[in-house]
Design a protein around this ligand. Sequence first.
Ligand SMILES: NC(=O)c1ccc[n+]([C@@H]2O[C@H](COP(=O)([O-])OP(=O)(O)OC[C@H]3O[C@@H](n4cnc5c(N)ncnc54)[C@H](O)[C@@H]3O)[C@@H](O)[C@H]2O)c1
Length: 315
Amino acid sequence: MIRERILVIGASGQIGVELTLALRKIYGNNNVVASDLREENELLKGTGPYVSIDVMNKEMLHVQVIRQNITQIYLLAAILSATGEKNPNLAWHLNMQGLLNVLDIAREEKIYKVYWPSSIAVFGPTSPKQNCPQQTIIEPTTVYGISKYAGEFWCNYYHQRYQVDVRSLRYPGLISYKSAPGGGTTDYAVEIYHEALEEKKYTCFLREDTYLPMMYMPDAIRATIELMEAPTADISIRTSYNVSAMSFSPKEISAAIKNYIPEFTISYEPDYRQSIADSWPQSIDDSVAGKDWGWKPEFDLNKMTKDMLENLRHP
Ligand SMILES: NC(=O)c1ccc[n+]([C@@H]2O[C@H](COP(=O)([O-])OP(=O)(O)OC[C@H]3O[C@@H](n4cnc5c(N)ncnc54)[C@H](O)[C@@H]3O)[C@@H](O)[C@H]2O)c1
């Protein structure tokens, strides 16, 4: 059996912190090397090795992969949807070149497995709005969505041509209490819980009826690890799997919060992120992930709201 040595790139971000901690529980603290451009997240300090890595610096990355005897890479470094629209060139450059650097090194060093997340942002206004299927019309209108869609095909290409075992999920908006979100269109669904507890009110940057696919972080971490641990023969999708858990609007999340904080109020001031949200599906069909590797979400809106508020109140 291979002794796994895992490198997480972008480990100080919203997903990276929790994924690194979860991987350390499974593979042992010292076998999971956290890395990021920014400094080590407070929650990671003292839990295992940390190295500073810029994924754009291929040589430095390559040296670290060899030095640390890496067998698996999780690439989380990216520019997200809302930030990407402010700086399209940077988003394209980082999201593409970062992935190509990792895929090339994985090919050269015979890295055993690679994980790279895509997003529901690959879908565009011409994709079905409800229960958007795995395979459908995909015409993204954001630079983030374009970079994710192109990235999916690079993953498929490296798998077909060089046998790199790269696996991917199209995450919906992710909601978490441990680390802050990094500039996505669904960030409101994290901010709203903090503001509900601190201010008892929240001004939402999306309209009240904007339905989007969402997932609670524990489900996202479990989906990622279940996908990565699934037998190779079960993986039929080498672009990226649809995964889903729930779909709700700002009005519905605010009603769920009011069950616990009755005085909470919400108001709406839609900004440039509204048109990004309007271009995406409202719900996702993840039946292929269910069939291939048994994906099943655990958290719905009410269960997540209870857990979020409890954890934010008593960290
Ligand atoms: N959070 C979500 O709701 C969501 C939804 C869909 C897909 N995703 C995808 O999941 C991945 C992780 O997202 P996240 O929410 O944790 O993002 P994040 O912005 O919170 O974290 C990304 C991390 O990457 C680091 N980084 C940026 N440039 C780097 C570089 N050049 N070298 C090394 N590190 C660098 C950042 O410092 C940051 O800590 C991304 O690919 C994102 O597109 C996230």
